[in-house]
Design a protein around this ligand. Structure first.
Ligand SMILES: C[S@@+](CC[C@H](N)C(=O)[O-])C[C@H]1O[C@@H](n2cnc3c(N)ncnc32)[C@H](O)[C@@H]1O
Length: 277
């Protein structure tokens, strides 16, 4: 990320989550009214006035991915909570809104939003402007994942003796391989029962991927890290995870898309993972 600039890609992801609320009909994969308060009125109008563009195959596929990863992470979080996990880190939180629309069960959860300082400053600004109160179970950590020592950064916020659920959605592609390995090592050292939901990408050459990768590079956030599926599972196991699996398109279909009223297309690729210690 360019110094001092809040993440443009976080705004892009937020825009697609907002589009899901605005133009995908009544049946939602993710109910996220708060995101509509965090995007500006111009973005809201742009979505509503350009529904055709937002419904092009490439954008729809990306919207499915972005909405699905949040929904899946939140469902896994609930399951983990039911098994006793009480700490939740959102790594590279961007404009994630879980904390501001949290269900009643989540009040027993300690939620830590961690992000680059410039992205976090912009999020605060948006929360304040929207009049959204920060719930008492939410803390914020400024972190540069590339350069900071993660153990030192998190130790005043997280009890490493207790399990932790971590979500890191749409972030690893922007980080160097050595930083990704540092994150795996850090999270893989958490206590038994901890879970990690995250996304990765494989290199793609289709038109939408090429145009999007050029656009994000021009915005100062190039896609730099890609992963081969089998090697990644091995890398996770080498770093302390006992179990790791992709959410397959077939499982995603059975879980969420087997519903004619849902207007989002099912995913065609596997790029969301769940890893457990
Ligand atoms: C595409 S956004 C995803 C945001 C959010 N997870 C979501 O799903 O909407 C990428 C996020 O990664 C964060 N990020 C990128 N590089 C980072 C770094 N070196 N340290 C901390 N955060 C970083 C950005 O600030 C941004 O919030």
């Amino acid at each position: 990320m360019e110094n001092g600039q809040a993440s443009r890609t976080a705004l892009g992801a937020a825009t697609l989550r907002a589009a899901h609320q605005l133009i995908d009909g009544d049946v939602k994969l993710l109910n996220d009214p708060v995101i509509l308060e965090l995007i500006d009125p111009e973005t809201r109008s742009r979505i509503c006035e350009n529904a055709d563009t937002f419904n092009s195959p490439g954008t729809l596929g990306m919207r499915t991915h972005i909405v699905l990863r949040s929904r899946y992470a939140e469902d896994c979080l609930k399951e983990a909570y039911e098994k006793g996990v009480r700490q939740f880190i959102i790594l590279g939180a961007g404009l994630d809104t879980f904390a501001y629309r949290q269900p009643s069960w989540a009040s027993g959860l300690k939620i830590v939003e961690a992000d680059h300082p410039s992205s976090q400053a912009e999020k605060f600004d948006k929360l304040i402007k929207a009049g959204i109160a920060i719930p008492s179970n939410v803390s914020f950590i400024n972190v540069d994942l590339e350069t900071d020592d993660l153990e030192r950064t998190f130790r005043n916020f997280i009890n490493f003796e207790e399990p932790v659920f971590t979500a890191c959605l749409g972030v690893l592609i922007y980080l160097s391989q050595s930083c990704v390995n540092k994150i795996f090592q850090f999270l893989g050292g958490f206590s038994e029962g901890s879970e990690f939901i995250f996304t990765v990408s494989q290199k793609r050459n289709d038109k939408y991927a090429v145009i999007t990768s050029q656009k994000v590079a021009e915005e100062g956030e190039p896609w730099i890290s890609y992963f081969e599926p089998e090697a990644l599972i091995e890398q996770l196991k080498n770093n302390g995870f006992t179990f790791a699996e992709y959410l397959s398109p077939e499982d995603a279909y059975e879980l969420y898309f087997n519903n004619h009223d849902l207007r989002l297309p099912p995913p065609s690729k596997k790029n969301i993972l769940r890893a457990v210690i």
